[in-house]
Design a binder for this molecule. Structure first.
Ligand SMILES: [Fe+2]
Length: 145
């Protein structure tokens, strides 16, 4: 048992769930002249991220780690802050971009930890998550030019 490793994975999982929720929040609440495009962009992002959540949870279980699975646990473990207001669309894009870059960095670090522990199936998954967030960041960044 490596507590630091397991805590990093649980925190990454809670952060990814928070990122999913925020992108769904923005899909629902975005307003402005680019409504249609941004409503779809945020949907594309939350759908991709949500599609990874179950696999991520089951990777944790395979390491005999219990998956955090309540809003309270998520708020204790996440590094992605909630958005409790409805900001202007430019702020939504900047905020989700910063969070996506943060997620890519979290997956870079947890990939190295998984490799160090010889968990190659998990490290493959984490590498794919890093890559997915780099693509989300690209689309968010491109929407801000
Ligand atoms: Fe929808």
């Amino acid at each position: 048992m490596d507590e630091k490793y397991h805590l990093a994975l649980k925190s990454a999982f809670a952060s990814e769930f928070s990122f999913y929720l925020k992108s769904h929040n923005f899909h629902w609440n975005v307003e402005g002249p680019l409504f249609g495009q941004l409503h779809e962009l945020f949907e594309r992002i939350y759908t991709e991220v949500y599609g990874s959540i179950d696999t991520f949870a089951e990777h944790l279980r395979a390491l005999q780690v219990y998956t955090p699975a309540s809003l309270q646990k998520f708020s204790m473990l996440t590094t992605v802050d909630d958005e409790n207001e409805v900001p202007p669309f430019e702020v939504m894009l900047h905020e989700l971009l910063a969070d996506s870059d943060k997620m890519a960095e979290i997956f870079r670090i947890t990939f190295d930890m998984a490799e160090h522990h010889g968990d190659h199936g998990l490290s493959n998954f984490l590498a794919d998550r890093q890559d997915a967030h780099k693509k989300h960041s690209w689309m968010l960044r491109a929407s801000l030019k």
